[in-house]
Design a protein around this ligand. Structure first.
Ligand code: 5AD
Ligand code: SF4
Length: 503
């Protein structure tokens, strides 16, 4: 079917650039490869050219004789959500209206995640289905972008077997989406652009923010840590920080526009500023942001425990705008496994950071990521993770079964434990965490807390959703007019996942 569609519109395969970087540089060497700032920041002239391409793309799309429609489908982490907001911004500048269904759209962008095999399988399913959209509307342009697009094997598979996909580009090429789209629209040829190696920083790309309440601000891109299980450093390039002035200007603009919650994003925000010409650390950036006037809260993610320390915790404690919330992924509670994961800290060092953070902020809300079933992990080692979470008592956890990512060191490590055994360990971890979360949530009942009402919940009995300063979800009774406001609520009930309250 896909072949028939491709034949029908008679396109030829056009540009296929694959990165040398995609050959997966051995992790230790690549981590030592510093970026030259001059090669990273995209010059203003190049960005201006993209605005020309935006106008040209608008011209091609105007030939439809009606408003062109675009649909952006997002998978994965907040960085992808933020990237999608930029893709939507560029599409809107081309004159597109944004729609909610692929079937209605003339341009479809699927922004993908490569972190686990399941995420990839899901995307292949979704992209496979788009062949039907192409049958109905052969002029529709289908784009695959994000982390999966940067993987050589994925690009090859799309090239050979998903011939209805017109444009494939990785996260590093996002800033030249207008140019890539123009190539497709003008010549009706397939374009694959995943050639860039270490990544770039492009300022001034338009953004469509989905709510007037919460906003994402990327402060840095890429990762140098090469945790042995993780694909991110291979697809998102080396760590590179935005200039502090650019971050401050964006936060100031959002605060002035009335945004109430601003989340700073980076794969490891604690590495912020190391690559700047005038180095500055993340704690100093937070302190600078905090001086911006307004009624807003700053959150951030993700913090690598090896780089988080007392300076950060003390800065968080004294900055009025900074939430007392920390996502500090531990991954494992066993020091041997942590070493095999290349995490750069031991169980004891991690626990000491938690102690320091709580000393600085006794009301800290703490969350974490855990991987169960890392290659070679034994039952006793997995139970060390369970004992760590009992000791730390996180407010919530994001738990994952290890998923081998081709090209990473962990994917070729001996992995003797069966899936069924790992599932048993995983379930024990979940049971322990569910109990802890329920106990911690029960502690809120009867208290009055300040929350930001951030939207509707879709539940008739508790129509509003809101978040405490620490980021815990509170379902509320109340009217829509409260959305976007801070209100004091009395917590009346709780369960494992959420709190329930009344204004
Ligand atoms: N398998 C399972 N979980 C993974 N993560 C990253 N890579 C893998 C993998 N190969 C998890 C880590 C990380 C989170 C974003 O995803 O816990 O912190
Ligand atoms: Fe992946 Fe995070 Fe480790 Fe970077 S720090 S390699 S993104 S798990």
């Amino acid at each position: 079917m896909a072949e028939a569609v491709a034949e029908g519109i008679k396109r030829k395969f056009d540009i296929f650039q694959i990165s040398r970087y995609n050959k997966l540089i051995p992790h230790r060497k690549a981590g030592q490869c510093p970026l030259n700032r001059k090669d990273v920041v995209i010059p203003a002239g190049d960005l201006e050219k993209q605005r020309d391409f935006t106008r040209r793309a608008a011209g091609y799309l105007a030939r439809l004789g009606r408003e062109p429609r675009a649909f952006v489908d997002t998978y994965g982490c907040q960085q992808n959500v933020s990237d999608s907001q930029r893709i939507m911004g560029m599409l809107r500048e081309m004159g597109c209206v944004l729609v909610r269904e692929a079937a209605e759209a003339d341009i479809i962008a699927v922004n993908t995640c490569a972190i686990r095999e399941n995420a990839e399988k899901k995307v292949f399913g979704v992209v496979g289905q788009l062949v039907h959209v192409k049958e109905k509307n052969p002029d529709a342009v289908i784009c695959l972008c994000g982390c999966m697009a940067q993987r050589r094997l994925v690009a090859e598979k799309i090239k050979a077997s998903y011939r209805h996909v017109d444009l494939v580009f990785g996260p590093q090429a996002l800033w030249k989406f207008p140019e890539l789209l123009c190539s497709v629209l003008s010549r009706r040829q397939r374009v694959f652009s995943i050639e860039e190696e270490h990544g770039s920083i492009a300022e001034g790309i338009p953004v469509v923010r989905e709510s007037g309440v919460k906003a994402w601000v990327s402060i840095m891109y890429g990762c140098n840590n090469f945790c042995s299980y993780c694909i991110v450093p291979y697809v998102r390039g080396r760590e590179r920080s935005r200039e502090p002035e650019a971050v401050l200007a964006e936060v100031r603009e959002l605060a002035e526009a009335g945004y109430k919650e601003i989340t700073l994003l980076g794969q490891n925000v604690n590495s912020y500023g190391k690559d700047l010409d005038t180095p500055m650390d993340f704690a100093d950036l937070l302190a600078e942001i905090d001086r911006i006037p307004g009624d807003y809260l700053i959150r951030f993610m993700t913090s690598h425990p090896k780089d988080a320390g007392e300076k950060l915790f003390r800065t968080m404690a004294r900055c009025a705008h900074v939430a007392h919330q920390l996502h500090l992924p531990v991954q494992s509670g066993n020091s041997r496994v942590l070493k095999a994961m290349n995490r750069g800290y031991t169980r004891e060092q991690y626990l000491e950071k938690v102690r320091q953070a709580r000393e600085a902020m006794p009301d800290l809300v703490l969350t974490s990521d855990i991987i169960i079933g890392f290659p070679g992990e034994t039952e006793a080692e997995a139970m060390d993770t369970v004992s760590l979470i009992e000791e730390v008592r996180y407010d919530a956890l994001f738990t994952f079964l290890f998923s081998p990512r081709p090209g990473t060191p962990a994917a070729v490590m001996a992995d003797p434990a069966s899936r069924a055994e790992k599932q048993v360990w995983f379930d024990r971890l979940l049971d322990a965490q569910n109990r802890i979360s329920a106990e911690l949530h029960q502690g809120y009942v009867g208290k009055t807390v300040r929350v930001l009402v951030d939207g509707e919940s879709g539940d008739g009995a508790w129509p509003l959703s809101s978040r405490t300063h620490g980021g815990r979800l509170v379902h509320l009774r109340g009217g829509r007019e409260l959305i976007g406001q801070y209100v004091d609520v009395k917590i009346t009930d709780s369960n494992t996942w959420a709190l329930f309250g009344e204004v």
